[in-house]
Design a protein around this ligand. Structure first.
Ligand SMILES: NC(=O)c1ccc[n+]([C@@H]2O[C@H](COP(=O)([O-])OP(=O)(O)OC[C@H]3O[C@@H](n4cnc5c(N)ncnc54)[C@H](O)[C@@H]3O)[C@@H](O)[C@H]2O)c1
Length: 287
């Protein structure tokens, strides 16, 4: 009998979470620089935008167009608008539409899909990008508190299937994540509040000092104090990313997943309420 053939290889991932304001203002070169750092030649970009974001920021699509016209290394193919919220993860037609656009515009593994939206749209677009050509590069531009402090800074993506939350998905780190504080100004109050539950969760399991900060600034946070929110997002994202890198199990193959504190019941509650309950609200109840 032949002996088993054994192999062992390791892959190292690096990705950055950037913070900015007015990302597609032509005077802000951050987005151009991120693409240019990848390749100093024209790069194709397919933008996919959450309908809730394009509605609340009516000049966004034209700003993206003008930005790509100004910076010649950015080759804008389309800005596809998809339904925001959990609907985007519940209907496979959205994944198909993105795969079709990737095919139509010949988006390859040296091009980028750029997802702009809440956690649901980012999850769904990330999944489509991860399965096209076995992985097209993804830039996430999260636009809610929850996606800026938690969901978009992680390594997972998914859609719901068979009526089950996150049934299909992959582990696929983004090329980069960009948090633009301006998006937060248009959030509904429930989305502003819901995202804080993930911050409370990481604070409870990882950082007593941060927990005290959230507790002492609860009133400010509720009243939409931007400085308090920016710090809360920053620290939450930092702890989350640190756990992924240093926790020893970035792709969650083991059974201990501390970041899932409050999440087992949360996912069930979301499903049972037909996704009327936001993820962050369900996590708060789960905790
Ligand atoms: N991949 C992960 O690791 C991970 C982690 C946590 C949560 N999630 C997922 O994230 C999703 C929840 O994300 P969410 O809390 O961001 O909610 P959401 O994506 O459902 O968005 C909520 C609503 O806000 C709208 N919206 C988004 N940005 C806006 C803006 N700037 N102004 C006005 N409206 C805006 C959306 O259109 C939507 O109607 C869930 O599907 C959850 O499973 C994923």
């Amino acid at each position: 009998m032949y002996k088993p053939i054994e192999q062992d290889f390791k892959i190292s991932y690096q990705y950055k979470l950037h913070f900015t304001e007015g990302l597609f203002d032509v005077r802000n070169s951050l987005f151009r620089d991120i693409i240019r750092d990848y390749k100093d030649e024209p790069v194709k970009l397919l933008f996919v935008v959450d309908s809730g974001v394009s509605k609340a920021h009516p000049t966004l699509l034209s700003a993206i167009g003008s930005y790509c016209e100004k910076y010649k290394n950015l080759v804008h193919t389309e800005s596809l608008v998809v339904q925001g919220g959990e609907t985007s993860k519940n209907n496979e037609a959205y994944v198909t539409a993105i795969l079709k656009a990737i095919n139509d515009y010949a988006i390859c593994r040296h091009s980028f899909v750029v997802a702009i939206g809440g956690g649901a749209v980012i999850d769904m677009v990330g999944f489509a990008a991860a399965i096209a050509h076995r992985g097209v590069k993804l830039i996430r531009i999260p636009t809610t508190v929850l996606s800026q402090n938690d969901s978009a800074v992680g390594v997972k993506n998914s859609v719901n299937y068979f009526g089950k939350k996150n049934f299909i998905g992959t582990f696929a780190p983004a090329y980069a994540i960009i948090n633009d504080v301006n998006f937060l100004t248009t959030l509904e109050q429930r989305d502003w509040i819901a995202g804080i539950s993930e911050a409370l969760k990481v604070a409870l399991i990882k950082d007593a000092v941060f927990f005290k900060y959230v507790e002492e600034n609860a009133e400010k946070l509720r009243n939409r104090d931007m400085e308090a929110m920016q710090y809360t997002i920053y620290r939450c994202a930092e702890i989350h990313m640190d756990h992924i890198a240093q926790g020893g199990d970035p792709f969650e193959s083991g059974s201990s997943r501390p970041l899932d504190f409050g999440h087992w019941s949360a996912h069930k509650l979301e499903q049972m309420t037909n996704y009327e309950l936001r993820h962050g609200e369900a996590v708060a109840k789960g905790i």
